[in-house]
Design a protein around this ligand. Sequence first.
Ligand SMILES: NC(=O)c1ccc[n+]([C@@H]2O[C@H](COP(=O)([O-])OP(=O)(O)OC[C@H]3O[C@@H](n4cnc5c(N)ncnc54)[C@H](OP(=O)(O)O)[C@@H]3O)[C@@H](O)[C@H]2O)c1
Length: 264
Amino acid sequence: MDLRGAVAVVTGASSGFGELTSRMLAKEGAAVVLAARRAERLEALAAEIEGRGGRALAVRCDVTEVADLQGLRDRVDEAFGRCDVLINNAGIPGGGRFEDLSLEQIEQVIRVNLLGVLVCTKVFLPMMLDRQRGHIVNVGSLAGRYAAPGASVYSASKHGVVAFSEALYYELAPRGILVTSVNPGFAATEGFPQGRLPSALVMRADRVARVIVDVIKEGRAPEVSVPRGMSLWQAFRVLTPPLYRWGVRTATGRLGTTPAKSRR
Ligand SMILES: NC(=O)c1ccc[n+]([C@@H]2O[C@H](COP(=O)([O-])OP(=O)(O)OC[C@H]3O[C@@H](n4cnc5c(N)ncnc54)[C@H](OP(=O)(O)O)[C@@H]3O)[C@@H](O)[C@H]2O)c1
């Protein structure tokens, strides 16, 4: 897609990947609609983008509220009359042993990370179908391909995002709309500081933002891992499950993400 003049909606634009991706999209000439709950941050980013000659619209939106998402869609429709790119990026961590998580924490992770993606897509899809054009990018995670001990609910939410993206890709590609799940590994951001990990395993957040923008420009779908080589591990998991599981237990034990008593 040529991003010059395109209209891109980014959820979770107030920090991390969403903020960086919004800046890059604006630099490429797209009009960006910035959505998240912290409106003051969105306003500041919109002012920065406009100050550099770009176009930006800040809209306060909680992705767990259907009315907020419908309001976001209406604002986009009023301001631009179309949506070429939807980036479902808003997400929260859900780490911790399952037994230690409250029902409220479990529900919130699923509502933001999974239902938020489904409902936002549902709300924006008619605008794309009308024009038979668009690209939906869902920010999944490598935890959506590899079940991560110590993050069972987060992994479940992201496995849902990856599966949804691929199924929807088959449904919509013949109608001119691409769907891609971009699955990043570890990057240090506000919600995901990665303080306990060796720095060699943690990438810069702008690397992920760059991949998101390139996926749209190059029309890549339905799944892209960051770093790219991580997708090869899927073959290892499918072809040699016992060896793969031994590797996960060993690696996560060493990284301290699995409590000693649950190591086997
Ligand atoms: N960082 C990593 O290592 C990593 C790895 C793989 C995948 N991811 C995924 O990448 C995405 C972005 O995360 P990030 O690392 O950039 O973290 P981040 O800096 O904490 O950004 C999260 C964004 O989501 C927004 N958000 C959270 N709850 C929301 C809600 N209910 N409604 C609307 N917006 C909401 C936050 O904005 P407000 O608080 O202002 O609403 C914020 O803008 C997430 O989906 C995350 O799961 C991250």
